[in-house]
Design a binder for this molecule. Structure first.
Ligand SMILES: [Zn+2]
Length: 141
């Protein structure tokens, strides 16, 4: 099921997207409009621990329709709310071409936001707020 940015898919836990990621979504919306592109299509934001685990189990059982890459462990996924009750990831359902234009611009504008299109196992629909721990670990490599 897809939906527009102004309302949320019914299968997602909607209350907890962090303020900074809401600002990223708003920036994407304005950038897309500026570039004369279609508006972002919000597929998924916050998920319960159980939903994330179910997605991963579906993938592992070969039931992959609607899932483009193996979902992270619930403990590691920023789609699952942290201790503060906020989640820090969302997935957009736009075309690969659209994502290929917007994704790099998001990373350029928000250095602490990751775009899944840059992952080794590409997940171009996915955007997430990097954490301080991860930034620190990247610096150590
Ligand atoms: Zn995602």
């Amino acid at each position: 099921m897809t939906t527009t940015i102004s309302c949320f898919a019914t299968n997602v836990y909607q209350t907890g997207l962090s303020t900074d990621m809401q600002e990223v979504l708003e920036w994407i919306k304005q950038k897309a409009q500026y570039l004369g592109m279609g508006q972002p299509i919000l597929l998924s934001t916050c998920r319960t621990y159980e939903h994330q685990k179910n997605l991963q189990e579906r993938w592992d059982n070969g039931e992959r329709s609607g899932i483009r890459s193996r979902p992270a462990n619930p403990e590691d996924s920023l789609h699952v709310a942290g201790d503060d009750g906020k989640c820090r990831a969302f997935d957009l359902g736009n075309s690969d071409d659209w994502l290929g234009v917007i994704g790099p611009r998001v990373v350029g504008e928000f250095p602490t936001v990751e775009w899944g299109g840059n992952y080794i196992n590409r997940d171009p629909n996915h955007f997430e707020k990097n954490t301080l721990v991860r930034i620190f670990s990247i610096n150590l490599i």
